[in-house]
Design a protein around this ligand. Structure first.
Ligand SMILES: NC(=O)c1ccc[n+]([C@@H]2O[C@H](COP(=O)([O-])OP(=O)(O)OC[C@H]3O[C@@H](n4cnc5c(N)ncnc54)[C@H](OP(=O)(O)O)[C@@H]3O)[C@@H](O)[C@H]2O)c1
Length: 235
């Protein structure tokens, strides 16, 4: 019977799925959050899928509270779920802007707020956010994505300072291009060579390194990039 338990958002695909696989291998109980769990069905009794649309704030907070009641031993949140949308700013409707920020920024804030309350009552734990290189530098057509990721970065830095005295370690991982289904509907993707993209497993390894590091050390922010930055546009 394992006593290690992690909650991973965006568990059904890409980086989140790779993180779940390594956590399960390391004998964690894993609570996965996504809308469509049919994409990842590990044959493992330690995997607990919860269906949530993280754009929906009341659904997000209700399910987060319920899952922590069901899994009070959870001491890790990997707040990873997100989506890209890259267009000139005038192409977005007001509701698209709201939905985008609800998923890519607000849901991370709401989940970590609930987790901080939970972890303070349990004497500590880890919160790991998936940021992006777009949270370090703004580029054209990435206004909303950068707004969310810069916001998440500021939130992560301030939260880390606020909760470290309570033994809660907050980390942010900022990858460049990672080869995942993230690009399926975007019209571009990393180039085909191995050097053109980080693999989801590389990011998952960084998550495991953070979790297995000495508890008195905090890895605030980790930037990752592929050896060569090559983008391929779909025809
Ligand atoms: N791929 C890259 O190049 C890259 C680079 C830097 C940072 N990132 C960041 O890494 C994170 C993971 O991206 P990825 O590359 O692994 O993409 P992905 O393969 O498309 O996975 C995204 C995950 O987020 C979940 N998700 C999306 N919308 C959701 C919603 N409304 N409610 C609940 N879950 C939702 C998806 O699950 P469902 O669709 O089943 O709901 C899926 O599990 C994102 O935050 C992304 O911004 C990615």
């Amino acid at each position: 019977m394992t006593d290690k338990c992690a909650v991973v958002t965006g568990s059904s695909s890409g980086i989140g799925k790779a993180v779940c696989e390594l956590l399960l291998k390391a004998n964690y109980k894993v609570v996965g959050i996504a809308r469509d769990h049919s994409k990842f069905t590990p044959n493992d009794n330690n995997y607990f899928p919860y269906e949530v649309d993280l754009k929906d704030q009341s659904q997000t907070t209700d399910v987060a509270k319920a899952l922590l009641k069901a899994h009070p031993e959870a001491t890790v949140l990997v707040s990873n779920a997100g989506q890209g949308s890259f267009n000139p700013i005038e192409n977005f409707s007001t509701s698209q802007i709201k939905d985008f920020l609800d998923l890519n920024l607000i849901s991370h804030i709401l989940l970590s707020q609930i987790f901080v309350r939970h972890l303070k009552a349990r004497s500590g734990g880890n919160i790991i956010f998936l940021g992006s290189e777009a949270g370090l530098t703004g580029k054209r057509k990435a206004t909303l994505y950068s707004a969310a990721k810069f916001g998440l970065r500021g939130f992560s830095q301030a939260l880390s300072d606020e909760v470290r005295a309570s033994n809660i370690r907050v980390s942010l991982i900022n990858p460049g291009l990672v080869r995942t289904p993230f690009f399926d509907l975007l019209g571009f993707r990393p180039g085909d060579e191995q050097t053109h993209a980080i693999e989801a497993e590389d990011v998952a390894q960084v998550v495991m390194t953070i979790l297995s590091s000495r508890s008195q050390t905090i890895m605030d922010e980790i930037n990752m990039s592929p050896a060569k930055n090559v983008i391929k546009f779909d025809s």
